[in-house]
Design a protein around this ligand. Structure first.
Ligand code: NIG
Ligand code: FE
Length: 393
């Protein structure tokens, strides 16, 4: 049993529980939090802190507290370098799905220790900018052995592990992509399913088409994995419709959408996960967040950390992009990066600071959550608690 902790003198607390405070963020001014055994047991105004046993007290000194960010989309198991590809892109070369193969070659050559060190480094980097829950995909192995290895290594760092054997068709199957689809939905799935919770497909021109996507996700579902889909990143396509049809937890990127896609998302449980780091790093137009919000779609905001299209783990940066360039309000963006991410991962224990939730807590060196977008690029994360234990600061 860890000692009970009182985080006191919080200037502004985002609970994400509208029953506890104002608006969707459940904002409480002049607030406090009580943590026991890694869980939030009380959140509310300081004036009403419940009597309790001896507690350790942390003085937030009037600063803001938000829930730990829930990054529901990341590709962290990789090796190699794609600096030159980024540099060429910034000289006008377009982004294509093909660059993935560069990372596949390097990842296959890497040792377990090298891959593990990379994941550890990126998870630690994400934590320093306030991410306390991170999803992690395979997708740079693309053989039975290398995909299973990627998932095994990812599972050492997170429970949110996603099998993405269908990231791109590897070079050895270039002449027979359907044979690769059979591998992904057959023997590779068998080897990977025990290590994963989710299954994902990159449904896009240059990667997998609608029929292939449906076949792979359906096989994954039969094996007990829940679908999520890379859809509409580079152009419109069947990905969103398939995600909704198969009850995917999330359709990700969704930068290019038809009206029917928006309607389908709005009338489904499928979360739309926006990844503005990818548009930033590929110099592409951002998704139309307002169109989705106005239609009633639930949005998540994630970093999409990967060496090709978005080499960042920094959720505050993504929040700032979403506010400045996607017309989201600061409150909508912070909600999407916390509760939205939790919804996209079908988690009720993270993304909120309310009784029963995990005490994944971020203290900002700022008076309000608004500063996450008002002070772009400034490292505002002063302290992070994970399951009630201080891990940063
Ligand atoms: O989410 N879209 C597919 N996968 C990654 C990019 C991977 C890469 O370029 O290495 C993404 O953007
Ligand atoms: Fe991705």
């Amino acid at each position: 049993m860890s000692p009970s902790l009182l985080i006191d003198n919080i200037g502004s607390l985002v609970t994400n529980d509208p029953g506890l405070g104002e608006g969707a963020l459940g904002l409480v001014e002049d607030a406090a939090l009580v943590v026991e055994d890694g869980l939030v047991v009380w959140a509310g105004p300081r004036a009403r802190i419940p009597e309790g046993a001896a507690r350790e007290r942390f003085d937030a000194a009037g600063r803001a507290v938000v829930p730990g960010f829930v990054d529901s989309h990341a590709h962290l198991v990789f090796a190699g370098d794609r600096t030159a590809e980024f540099e060429a892109r910034m000289s006008g070369r377009p982004y294509t799905a093909g660059g993935i193969r560069t990372t596949v070659a390097a990842t296959r050559k890497a040792t377990d220790q090298e891959l593990r060190a990379n994941v550890r480094r990126l998870v630690a980097e994400a934590l320093r900018s306030g991410t306390t829950t991170v999803e992690c995909k395979s997708g740079y192995g693309l053989t039975v052995e290398h995909e299973a290895r990627s998932l095994r290594l990812a599972a050492e760092y997170t429970h949110e592990v996603t099998y993405l054997g269908a990231h791109v068709v590897p070079p050895e199957y270039a002449d027979d992509p359907d044979a690769y689809v059979e591998l992904v939905r057959g023997p590779m799935l068998e080897a990977c399913a025990p290590h994963a919770r989710w299954i994902d497909v990159f449904c896009e021109r240059g990667a997998f088409d609608g029929d292939q996507t449906r076949a792979i996700l359906a096989a994954g579902k039969e094996r007990g994995l829940v679908p999520r889909v890379h859809a509409g990143q580079l152009g419109t396509g069947p990905g969103v419709a398939i995600a909704v049809e198969l009850g995917a937890a999330s359709a990700d990127h969704v930068t290019h959408l038809t009206d029917a896609d928006v309607e389908a998302l709005a009338s489904s449980e499928t979360v739309a996960t926006l990844l503005p780091g990818a548009e930033f790093s590929t110099r592409s137009p951002y998704p139309d967040a307002r169109r989705l919000l106005d239609a009633g779609v639930t949005l998540a905001l994630a970093a999409d950390c990967n060496p090709g299209s978005s080499y960042t783990t920094n959720i505050p940066f993504c929040v700032a992009l979403a506010v400045r360039d996607m017309n989201m309000t600061p409150a909508e963006a912070v909600w999407a990066a916390t509760m939205g991410g939790a919804r996209a991962l079908r988690r009720t224990d993270v993304g909120r600071l309310a009784p029963g939730g995990r005490a994944d807590v971020v203290l900002l060196d700022a008076p309000s959550y608004v500063h996450l977008s008002y002070r772009p690029g400034v490292p505002l994360v002063a302290r992070v608690w994970k399951d009630g234990a201080p891990v940063v600061g």
